[in-house]
Design a protein around this ligand. Sequence first.
Ligand SMILES: Cc1ncc(COP(=O)(O)O)c(C=O)c1O
Length: 505
Amino acid sequence: MNCADRLVVLFGSQAEVARQFRLDRAVVNNWVKSGYVPARWAMEVEHASNGQITAAEVLNEATARKPLRMKSRPDGESLFGSPLTGNDTMNDFAPAKRINSFHPPQRTLMGPGPTEIHPRVLTTMSQPAIGYLDPVFVEMMEELKTLLRYAYQTKNPLTFPISGPGSVGMEFCFVNLVRPGDKVIVCRNGVFGGRMIENVERCGGTAIVVEDEWGSPIDPQKVEDAFKKNPGVRILAFVHAETSTGCQSDAKTLVDIAHKHNALTIVDAVTSLGGTPVLVDEWGIDAVYSASQKCLSCTPGLSPVSFSERIVADVKSRKDKIHSWFMDMNLLLGYWGASTRTYHHTAPTNSLFALHEALLLIREEGVENCWARHHRHHLALKAGLEAMGLKFLVKEQYQIPQMNAVRCPEGVDEAAVRKTLLNEFGIEIGAGLGPLAGKIWRFGLMGYSCRPDNVMLCLSALGSVLSDMGLPVHVGDAESAAHGAYAAMHTKAAQVKKKNIAKAA
Ligand SMILES: Cc1ncc(COP(=O)(O)O)c(C=O)c1O
């Protein structure tokens, strides 16, 4: 009896075989008619039959019935050489389920990151791999550092991407700067300030926490008071743009306060870099980190960092051993420094090509234009969301364009709205975190995702979902408000242009 017939006997019917293999019955019928099971099902047959029909039997039978013809193989020789015996090509770890290549669906990414990636960046990323010490790659690394300095608006020589997500950039700053026993003021007004506290404690420091409400900016007066109350604080750490709430704090004022008290600063610019100004040199930031998957619109997994020369000297003067080998600045500089290129770890080369291209796009657009674009589309999205009656979590003057957090209306199933947007419209938006879970939606407008087509699609989809759920939302009002906002911006820009021409004449 051939393997196809044996399967039918084993499972009782062709229909049952089809069910086992999640196939159409016609396919199984074809196996029976042709008298063999195609070779690609060998592994599944062995699993499904609990080894009663071995993969080798299926392969041998299929090869005999339908020999594979390959030009590189002499005629008559089977693909698998001499007939296989037993099941020595299989092992217990082989997946029972048939696994195909992964093809992600097309999504409109309007959450807190990752964002959509520009086609130019995707193309660059799929170029052939080269070695991380290849002279061509090394040249690209130097350009990458220059482009990053532009994005950060700094001349800091130590400006480079750490291999790892934003959390790794955060740890890089803390492990290098915080010594055991150090007092560090950490501001917490959302999720990520909390992570900074963890980092201080794990480095053996003492965290002095300045709390502000989630959705409010860091209060500079509270920071000033904390410095006065705690002499000897060495570092102030804060998040510039809190992704969990969409609120931005006044980085310049906070850095000034720290410097007045002779303290250093660690600034989280994960969500701000590329979306709103991060002026490292002008504001005097000492250590800053970001992430590749937010307004830089690159693949996740890289964390651009920048240290002032004062910090570099400070870290170099440490007598104690930095307790992370991977993130020890002195060792990493052996690879990323200007003069040396020695192996530290295998750099994620293709991701770095991608970051180079993503930063080049910002350079081509102009970083000021990039900030302006984020602001423009935020105004249109905001007009639309407010036209639907939705209220922003954060007061207007502290809102960041790239992360728009709005309160979910009373009685609306917050998660169901997100689910419908994803399943029916392919749009991903963010949920609330921590105390805001179930209470807000977060609409990201970051990097390449920050486009008018995304704004309009999102408003239209949300209006339709909310209206279907019985909310008194008039479909079309949001789009019309967004159009109105764009029109007002165009008129204003035209007037400014006219004035400038008149002035120049
Ligand atoms: C403000 C902020 N800091 C740090 C992180 C951590 O970055 P990652 O998820 O890339 O590790 C995030 C991530 O969303 C963030 O928004």
